[in-house]
Design a protein around this ligand. Structure first.
Ligand SMILES: [Zn+2]
Ligand SMILES: [Zn+2]
Length: 315
């Protein structure tokens, strides 16, 4: 029942001695989703204790090196470790060409297939779902390079039945699934027992949105509206606002403005320029607009609880 994000790398184009480039892993009830894969991601996975082989799904935002160059190393290690399960990779067409080239020249034995899923960076679309979670890609605004954000949303669980009420109203097993889905109960005499009397609502589904890299763009607001957790890039401080616009990146304050307008639970900022070894200034500037902001570091873990989610959003 986990919904936990681990930051593996949070620097922008240049890595530093203390921060790797963009990569994150999201654990949704033991599904491990890797989001971007900057250089050295496999080392960070080991460092922060996620087994490489647990990763079955990889989502790549765009074709800047700091977001995908870790893939060949990761794939090589998966092969060396004897992987046989397919690896699903979602990304732009150029990434497929890059990986095809890599796997063609790969010298070792590779006994698993890469199942490549082309995603369209120009519109919001559902790109993955199973019984627990849905993943959407959506457009980010990063100049001429097509770039996608990713939105992870748990599916709504069925409500829980109240045992005593089942006995009291003699509800047959054949009706239980419908009632868990929200139906009222109608007995043989045609009397209606409202659903609220029979069930305890399931916890609200949890959600996470990843927005890196992007310039400030309010078209993101409706897409990330009300998510529990938003990661929005904050490459620069306010002083570099013009540079941020020129390079199609955002400032910390702009990230916070998106969080505020979208009424998200918590904001994480990252993708820092190497000029900020200390990110206090970025966190402070963001917090002037949106209090519940954290400037992440490599290794930051954020766990969204299943229950008491509202309190968590306020904390
Ligand atoms: Zn980047
Ligand atoms: Zn970029």
């Amino acid at each position: 029942m986990q919904f936990e994000l681990t930051i593996l790398g949070c620097n922008s184009a240049l890595p530093t001695a203390y921060r790797y480039q963009t990569a994150q892993v999201l654990n949704v009830s033991e599904r491990f989703f890797l989001i971007d894969c900057g250089e050295g991601t496999q080392i960070q996975l080991r460092r922060f204790k996620t087994s490489l082989q647990k990763i079955n799904y990889v989502f790549i935002s765009h074709m800047h090196g700091d977001h995908f160059i870790g893939l060949p190393g990761l794939i090589s290690s998966m092969a060396l470790l004897g992987r046989t399960r397919p690896l699903h990779i979602f990304g732009p067409r150029a990434l497929k060409e890059y990986l095809d080239y890599h796997t063609k020249l790969f010298g070792g034995r590779m006994e698993f297939v890469i199942d490549f899923h082309l995603n369209n960076p120009s519109k919001k679309e559902l790109i993955f779902e199973d019984k627990v979670v849905e993943v959407y890609s959506f457009p980010l605004y990063h100049g001429s390079i097509p770039t996608s954000g990713f939105l992870f949303r748990e599916k709504r669980r069925l409500a829980n039945l109240i045992k005593e009420k089942l006995q009291e109203y003699k509800i047959p097993v054949s009706q239980m699934h419908r009632i868990r889905e929200g139906a009222d109960f109608i007995n043989d005499k045609g009397e209606v027992v409202p659903n609220e009397e029979l069930t305890i609502p399931a916890p609200t589904p949890r959600s996470y949105a990843f927005c890196s890299d992007t310039s400030y763009d309010e078209r993101l607001v409706p897409i990330v509206k009300e998510v529990d957790l938003l990661y929005h890039e904050a490459t620069f401080s306010e002083k570099e606002r013009e540079l941020a616009a020129k390079r199609f990146h955002s400032t910390a304050k702009q990230a916070a403005r998106i969080a505020l307008k979208a009424n998200v639970g918590k904001l994480l900022i990252g993708h820092y320029s190497a000029r900020y070894p200390d990110t206090t200034i970025l966190q402070e500037q963001a917090q002037e607009v949106f209090k519940n902001t954290l400037a992440v570091e490599d290794g930051t873990k954020i766990n969204i609880p299943l229950k008491n989610r509202e309190q968590w959003r306020q904390s």
